[in-house]
Write a protein that binds this ligand. Structure first.
Ligand code: MN
Length: 504
C-alpha cells in the first residue's frame, strides 16, 4: 500500500511500589510473556512493544510524552496487573495524544483453588486494579476501547486486533494529504463541508489543485512508459480486442495509460494519500479518469468523485484498516434499485471509479461511451463483486460536527447477468432489511457516496469512531427504525453538550 508507515503499539503495565521489588519483577516478567504470546499468536496486525512497568506519576507522564513524540507509536494498551492508584495516571493521560485500549485481563487464567494465598492475591489484582483505572479514564472523559478476558483467548486477541487496525488508520490520517483536483460538482451539498474543521478533528489536510496541474503532468508522460503500461494491462486484464495493440481503438487505451501515469506521478510527487476529481472540470484531459482511478485505489489511494474529499479520506482509512485482510475496499455509490417486493436489492456502482480490489475474478478492460462530461469515451475495468458480507460507510458534515454512518450489507450474485452494463458493480442486500436500512441511512443524512469494504468490520469502524471522537450511527441486523431515529435525536443533544463535558 502506498505511503503506509510502520506502526507499533506500546504495551504498558500499571503497578506501584507497595508490594516490593520482587513482586514488581514478577509483574514485568508476566507482562513480557503476554506481549511475546500476543506477538507470536499471529492474530495481531501490528507489533506490540513491551514498556517498563509504571509505578510513579513521573514515569507515567514521561511515557505518555514519549508516546506523543514517537512517530511510529500508534497507541497504547494499558493493563493494571496489580493495583495502580489512578491519581498517578492523571498527569500522563491528560497529556496523552495517542489512542489507547484498556485490556482487562489477568496473567493467570485459572485460580489455583488449592494453593491460593495472599501472595497470589497481591500479584493478580487486575479485577480491582483495572476498575480503579476505568474510573479515572471515565472521570477524564477519555475515549477508549475496553477488551475483557484472558489474553490467550482468540476473541480477546481479535478485539485487540480490530482496535489496532483502527489505531493504524488513525495514525495514517495524522498529517495525511489529500489532493482535490478542481472543486466540487456544482450545487452538490453532501460532498461539501468544512475542511478546516476536518483538519482540526481528523488530522488530515485537503487542498485544491487546478486540473491544469494534472493536465501538465499527463502531458509530460513519455511514450515509452505508455507502451509498457499497455503491456501490463494486457497481462492483468481481459483487454477488449479493439483496445489491444493493433486494435482499432488502441489509441484510447494509450490515452488511459497516459492519464494513469500522469496522475500517479503527480500524487507521488506531492506525497498524497488520496485524491478527488470532478467530471465538470477536466479541461484538456481527453477522458474522465476511470481506469486510472480504479488502479490507483487498488494501490491504496483514497478516492472521492465529484470533489468528495470526506469519502476520499474515509476510503483511505478503510483501506488501511483492511490492509492484509481478505477482501477489498472501494469508493462506492448507491446507484439504482431492484424493488421487487420479495427481495429488494441495491446496485452499487459509479460512472467508472470502482476499485478492482473487490472484483470477482479477472476484470475486463473495455471502452464505452459516457454521456456525462463531454469527453472522449473512457476506458474502464468492468467486473462483478465477490459475494459475502460488507460494510458501506459515510462521513457527513452536520455543520457543528461530523457523523460517521455504517450499514452492514451482504453482497449477492446478481440475479441475472448484466451484459449491457459497462461498469464495475456490486449488488447487495441491506441489513436488517432494505426499507429499514434505507430509511435509517436517509434519516441520518448519510451520503450517496460511501466507502465500501469486504475487509473492514463494524467493530473496526466503531473503534475508529471512538478514537476520532466522532458520532457513529450503525445500521445492522439489530436496527429498529424508531430507536434509531431517537438515537439521532439524543446525539444532537449529546454532541451539542459534549464540549462542556470536557469532550471534544
Ligand atoms: Mn457520484
Amino acid at each position: 500500500m502506498k505511503n503506509l508507515e510502520a506502526v507499533e503499539i506500546w504495551y504498558v503495565t500499571g503497578s506501584q511500589h507497595l508490594y516490593g521489588e520482587k513482586a514488581l519483577r514478577q509483574v514485568a516478567a508476566n507482562s513480557r510473556k503476554i506481549v511475546a504470546a500476543l506477538n507470536e499468536g499471529g492474530r495481531l496486525p501490528v507489533k506490540l512493544v513491551f514498556k517498563p512497568v509504571m509505578t510513579t506519576p513521573d514515569e507515567i507522564r514521561q511515557l505518555c510524552l514519549d508516546a506523543n513524540n514517537t512517530r511510529q507509536c500508534g497507541g497504547l494498551i494499558l493493563w493494571m496487573h496489580t493495583f495502580s492508584p489512578s491519581k498517578m495516571w492523571i498527569g500522563g493521560l491528560t497529556a496523552l495524544r495517542k489512542p489507547f485500549l484498556h485490556l482487562h485481563t489477568q496473567f493467570n487464567r485459572d485460580l489455583p483453588w488449592g494453593e491460593i494465598d495472599m501472595d497470589f492475591m497481591n500479584l493478580n489484582q487486575a479485577a480491582h486494579g483495572d476498575r480503579e483505572a476505568g474510573f479515572i479514564h471515565t472521570r477524564l472523559r477519555l475515549n477508549r476501547k475496553v477488551v475483557v478476558g484472558h489474553w490467550s483467548e482468540a476473541d480477546v486477541q481479535d478485539g485487540i486486533a480490530a482496535w489496532m487496525r483502527a489505531a493504524r488508520a488513525w495514525h495514517d490520517w495524522q498529517s495525511a494529504k489529500f489532493c482535490r483536483f478542481g472543486d466540487n460538482m456544482r450545487q452538490v451539498a453532501v460532498t461539501e463541508g468544512d475542511k478546516v474543521s476536518a483538519e482540526i478533528k481528523f488530522g488530515y489536510s485537503v487542498n485544491g489543485f487546478g486540473v491544469g496541474h494534472l493536465v501538465n503532468a499527463v502531458s509530460a508522460v513519455a511514450d515509452r512508459a505508455i507502451a509498457k503500461l499497455c503491456d501490463e494491462y494486457e497481462q492483468c486484464y481481459e483487454v477488449a480486442a479493439e483496445l489491444r495493440k493493433g486494435g482499432a481503438r488502441h489509441e484510447s487505451l494509450r490515452v488511459g495509460a497516459r492519464i494513469e501515469l500522469g496522475l500517479r506521478a503527480f500524487l507521488k510527487d506531492g506525497g498524497f494519500k488520496g485524491f478527488t476529481t470532478t467530471f465538470e472540470d477536466l479541461l484538456s484531459l481527453k477522458q474522465l479518469p476511470g481506469l486510472a482511478v480504479q488502479r490507483l485505489m487498488a494501490d491504496g489511494y483514497g478516492f472521492g468523485a465529484e470533489g468528495d474529499w470526506k469519502t476520499c479520506a474515509l476510503v483511505r482509512a478503510m483501506m488501511v484498516m483492511g490492509e492484509g485482510l481478505p477482501g477489498g475496499t472501494s469508493f462506492m455509490e448507491d446507484y439504482t434499485y431492484h424493488l421487487a417486493p420479495d427481495g429488494q436489492l441495491v446496485l452499487g456502482a459509479h460512472m467508472l471509479e470502482i476499485c478492482e480490489s473487490i472484483a470477482d475474478g479477472k476484470p475486463s478492460l473495455e471502452i464505452h461511451p459516457l454521456g456525462i462530461g463531454g469527453k472522449e469515451d473512457p476506458v474502464r475495468l468492468v467486473f462483478d463483486t465477490r459475494t459475502g458480507p460488507a460494510v458501506n460507510a459515510s462521513v457527513i458534515d452536520l455543520g457543528n460536527r461530523f457523523r460517521l454512518i455504517v450499514n452492514e450489507v451482504d453482497v449477492v450474485k446478481p440475479p441475472q447477468p448484466l451484459p449491457k452494463l459497462p461498469v464495475a458493480r456490486a449488488v447487495w442486500k441491506c441489513r436488517p432489511d432494505f426499507k429499514t436500512a434505507c430509511a435509517a441511512w436517509i434519516h441520518a443524512g448519510a451520503a450517496h457516496h460511501s466507502g465500501f469494504s469486504q475487509a473492514v468490520t463494524t467493530e473496526q469502524m466503531e473503534d475508529f469512531a471512538a478514537i476520532a471522537g466522532v458520532e457513529l450511527a450503525v445500521i445492522d441486523a439489530k436496527t429498529e427504525l424508531r430507536a434509531f431515529k431517537q438515537q439521532l435525536r439524543n446525539d444532537e443533544i449529546y454532541y451539542h453538550l459534549a464540549p462542556g463535558l470536557g469532550r471534544t
